[in-house]
Design a binder for this molecule. Sequence first.
Ligand code: PLP
Length: 385
Amino acid sequence: MKGKQMKNYIYADNAATTRLDDAAFDAMLPYLKENYANPSQPYSFSRKTKHALKESRRIIAECINAEPSEIFFTSGGTESDNWAIKNYTSASDVRYVTTSAIEHHAVLNAAKNADCIHTIIPVDECGYVKSEKLSEILNRPRDAAVSCESTLVSVMLANNEIGTIEPIGELAAIAHEKGALFHTDAVQAVGHIPVDVKRLGVDMLSASAHKFNGPKGIGFLYSKNGRLRPFHDGGAQEFGMRAGTENVAYIVAMAAALKANCEAMAANIQRITETENAFVSELNNTQIDYIRNGSGHRIPGNVSISIKNADGEMLLHRLDLMGICVSTGSACDSVNTQVSHVIKAIDVPEEYAKGTIRISFGKYNTPEEALEIARAISKVCGGRI
Ligand code: PLP
């Protein structure tokens, strides 16, 4: 910024997006300038971009224990989720889509608008999808002409608002027992906690680079054995499944970011957990009356709190004035405050629900920043510090 001082923000909204990793930034630069050839062309100038695509696919596959032929590059989590759901429903061999109540809108709205019967699995007060509930839904009598084999189950690996990590292995096993397919939206998990598609036993998995310190507008869909139908028509890119010239620079950066996060995962988890703990203990010192949302088994750094008789949106704006970026679990329209579908699904009591904010720490946050955020919340909400 010329002539103007850049404002120093404390950025604690890493579930919304993350800062680009330096290694990812460096990795993509040559593909923006020197190596700009279209990887589909046969001449030797395309060799580097072709190789970069292949190597990025290999790196990404290795990070989630998949095969390179099972990774399909997309424009991000939203596209991956839509592809996973609409891929089957549009082919009319899947008539039922069963999702949890706390999925991201990319899944919920894709299921709502797909040509299928959408069933919603409720969650408990921690945000867990109970395996008995899924069994019960899959055991329900169906249209005689369609069996469970025509069902797709989609449950997220980690929730973006409250961080709860779902028992995906267990849920996928139940779905498979009934012959159903299983998709997981792992956008909040990939690059943050170990993700192994074979262990999870999923058929499809969505991921998005900007949630793991890669660039925005790029992601991937894993599909077991590469079983997919083209999402749109055009050229033969992505094994003929996703037409369109590949965004090589961003794909290279996504692979570099994921590799960096996977290699440093244990250290990142430790650092982020320390930052989160510093925040929670300082918040407790303020003696503010609040509920911590989600389960004990959460994505590191995700702190969703509901403060009694507070207004989450007003709090967000007050924190913004202090240079602190967090997110809210509710939004005001001109008449009243709309509590998010996730906060509603976990039954947060009304006097707390409207005062929900999400602080999500990432690998670049420090415990000192965490203390500052807790003290700022205290100041706005009349705490003791
Ligand atoms: N799924 C989850 C759980 C998310 O948190 C998000 C983004 O917030 C998405 C999907 C959408 O991802 P993208 O922004 O890459 O389209």
